[in-house]
Design a protein around this ligand. Structure first.
Ligand code: NOJ
Ligand code: CA
Length: 697
């Protein structure tokens, strides 16, 4: 629906603004585009040199000051970053509510006001560029659209110059803008302190071509007044991912797209829309997590029937390789993926209400994995090792109600994988396997390409679309980060995309601190589901890796199933470490598909308390985790959706629990509550609490 009065209004304000520009002032229309609830606004103007600019306000205070926009092309005679005049504008008011086939919620309202600015170069070339801006109640977004035009059909992008001049010097939770990996611990510093620290990180980045002074998105921040912001991107398709370079002049950020060998960024054809640049804004950390903005900025689903995908808890022949009990390859003599071991896991899973089993190391090629000079043509995605009877294991699993999860480690050689994609997925389809975990460990081949570059974004997209044809859901490790594409392609169900549990088994820096779990839901977790692989009970890893450990209590491990969202959640430990453990009941009862999600309380870096209601039921699951500090928390139950009495199963830190001194001290209690009650819980250092509530029967 076009709103003509708004059109006229914007037309006039922009003309006034252009006059102001002549006086060298930033152009600022008096009334920018407001969110439906009126609290947020995004404004647009042209600078005196004809550079597009925007700014953002919350409750009429500037949050992002006047920030430049623009694209730079390899052909410098084409300018898409200044010299523009305004041709016209369009507005749109939009309101819909859509259903999610699976997710943290069952439906989502997509309510926004949109403003499109049509710009034209004043030069003889008259190239045109549109900027589409949206204001939602939970954030703002904009994207570049390069319309089809005779003089500009195909071109190479040298740079994107999008600025984010965040007001003040907020606290940020950031990882370096590594072009190949998100597997870093988060730093908590002011913007002004980022530069010095990213330099220190530089030797750890995979490629030396990466700018040292950039951070990854989503980038979450808290201002001095407590407002929470997160800069991210949505609908990343056929374009490199965006990191943010620090602009030392004013502590702002400038987009730094992942590049390639020739230092260019992307090959594009018009018409082309870039991913959305989005800024989530919320008064609390919880507000960021409860927002569905990144999903709303994506296109509706292209898959009509997703009924074949079932959110689930799964087990795996996996952790035993990470702790060195077994190996992926067969040559070592302790191969994990044998028919007998697979049957052992199937028996255990089936007896404990778990219906998915990942098996890594099943296919030939692993003896040439890490450290082997040639990675192209190494992995074979259809040929099992001789001690693993794939068809027999599939049949055995089917009899016991356990479906296999296929594993495709590409060793970052995507061309080899693409050659086999159709055959590999056809094999899965024939065997009735609906889930695959893919992996991209190491620097990308060919050399000069990066996990976050356009070439790899295209590859990941190809795997998702090919998998959809075969009714296969993907859980991507070493992925391109999520940008809400699960709305359009709901068969991309989870991604690793952060420093996961695996680091506790082999990193030389002491593993993941408990505070990590209070940060990732509000940083990379805002992008989409995370396959963290929680549930390690053998915290000290004896007898396999006694020099490593998980840095939490068992109650904390249980709480992670709620705190970190994924529709596929691993029960990561070995069957023998779950056997006879009372806490394992929580994992057996665990839901993985939600009707609603509430952040009860959270301070990023300190603690997080999250409640979720299982889809189609009145069952609530609450997870609470703390950092290395013990603390007492209060959980008001006013979110419960029915009055009356509720039964609770509480999995709590025991009285002497401590992440290092006594991590397995767990106590389980049953209690009755009503929605006016508050649960008071003590969390041990590195501890947590996991609570299940259901109406009294
Ligand atoms: C890294 C993945 O994150 C991990 O889960 C997997 O086991 C190994 N690569 C081997 O593919
Ligand atoms: Ca990994």
């Amino acid at each position: 629906m076009k709103t003509n009065s708004l059109f006229n209004f914007w037309g006039w304000t922009l003309i006034i603004s252009l006059c102001l520009a002549a006086c060298h002032n930033p152009v600022r229309p008096k009334k920018p585009l407001h969110s439906p609830d009126g609290q947020l606004a995004i404004g647009f103007g042209l600078s005196s040199s004809g550079r597009p600019q925007y700014w953002v306000t919350y409750h009429d205070s500037l949050v992002v000051d006047t920030s430049g926009l623009g694209l730079v092309l390899r052909d410098s005679s084409i300018q898409l970053d200044h010299g523009f005049e305004l041709l016209g504008t369009d507005t749109l008011d939009f309101d819909e509510t859509w259903s999610l086939p699976w997710g943290e919620r069952d439906h989502l309202r997509n309510h926004y006001r949109q403003y499109t600015v049509h710009l034209r170069q004043k030069s003889w070339r008259q190239d045109s560029l549109d900027i589409v801006m949206r204001a939602y109640d939970d954030g703002v977004a904009f994207r570049y659209h390069i319309p089809a035009q005779d003089s500009l059909s195909a071109f190479t992008l040298a740079d994107e110059m999008t600025e984010f001049r965040v007001v003040g010097d907020p606290t940020c939770w950031w990882i370096p803008g590594d072009w190949d990996s998100y597997e870093h611990l988060y730093n908590q510093t002011k913007i002004s302190e980022i530069n010095a620290l990213t330099k220190a990180h530089h030797p750890n980045l995979i490629s030396s071509t990466i700018p040292y002074n950039a951070v990854a998105t989503p980038l979450t921040m808290r201002t001095a007044s407590g407002l929470h912001l997160s800069i991210h991107e949505a609908a990343l398709v056929d374009y490199p991912e965006m990191t943010l370079k620090i602009d030392p002049a004013d502590h702002g950020f400038i987009s730094e797209l992942v590049g390639r060998k020739d230092s260019m960024k992307a090959d594009l054809k018009t018409p082309f829309s870039t991913p959305w640049r989005m800024i989530q804004i919320a008064p609390t950390a919880g507000g960021l997590l409860e927002s569905g903005l990144v999903l709303n900025l994506n296109e509706p689903s292209k898959i009509d029937d997703m009924s074949w995908f079932k959110p689930q808890v799964y087990m795996g022949i996996w952790w035993e390789m990470h702790v060195n009990k077994a190996s992926w390859d067969i040559a070592s003599g302790k191969h994990g993926a044998t028919t007998a071991n697979a049957k052992r896991y199937i028996d255990f899973a089936s007896a404990h209400n778990i219906h998915g089993l990942l098996i890594e190391g099943w296919n030939t090629g692993w003896e040439h994995w890490i450290g082997f000079p040639e990675r192209e043509g190494v992995f074979d995605f259809v040929t099992p090792y001789p001690d693993y009877d794939l068809e027999a294991v599939v049949r055995y699993g089917r009899e016991k109600g356990v479906e296999l999860i296929m594993h495709h480690e590409t060793s970052a050689a995507p061309r080899t994988y693409e050659q086999q994609l159709d055959t590999a997925y056809a094999l899965m389809e024939r065997l009735g396997i609906h889930n695959a975990k893919t992996g991209y460990v190491g620097p990308i081949l060919p050399e000069g390409e990066h996990h976050g570059g356009q070439w790899m974004v295209r590859h990941y997209q190809k795997t998702v679309e090919t998998a959809a044809k075969h009714k296969i859901a993907l859980d991507i490790h070493e992925p391109i980060k999520d940008t809400g594409l699960r709305r359009t392609w709901p068969n991309v169900v989870s991604r690793e995309g952060m420093r996961g549990q695996e680091f506790n088994a082999w990193s030389s820096d002491g593993g993941n601190p408990p505070s990590h779990h209070t940060i990732i839901p509000f940083t990379c977790g805002l992008a989409g589901p995370l396959d963290y692989t929680p549930g390690i009970f053998n915290i000290k890893m004896k007898p396999y890796k006694p020099d490593h450990q998980v840095n939490t209590t068992i109650a904390h491990q249980l709480a992670l199933y709620v705190v970190i969202y994924s529709p596929v959640q691993m029960a990561a430990d070995l069957p023998e470490f779950y056997e006879g453990q009372p806490g394992f009941q929580w994992i057996q009862d665990m839901a993985t598909d939600w009707a609603e999600t509430r952040v009860v309380d959270a301070v990023i870096g300190d603690y997080a308390v999250i409640a979720r209601r299982q889809r189609g039921t009145d069952n609530w699951f609450i997870g609470a985790v703390t950092d290395e500090n013990a603390r007492d928390i209060t959980i008001p139950l006013n979110f419960l959706n029915k009055s009356g009495r509720w039964q609770a199963n509480l999995y709590l830190d025991g009285d002497s629990a401590h992440w290092n001194e006594n991590p397995t001290d767990l106590k389980i209690e049953q209690k009755v509550f009503t929605p006016t009650d508050k649960i008071n819980v003590h969390l041990a250092a590195g501890g947590g609490a996991a609570v299940q509530l259901f109406p009294f029967r």
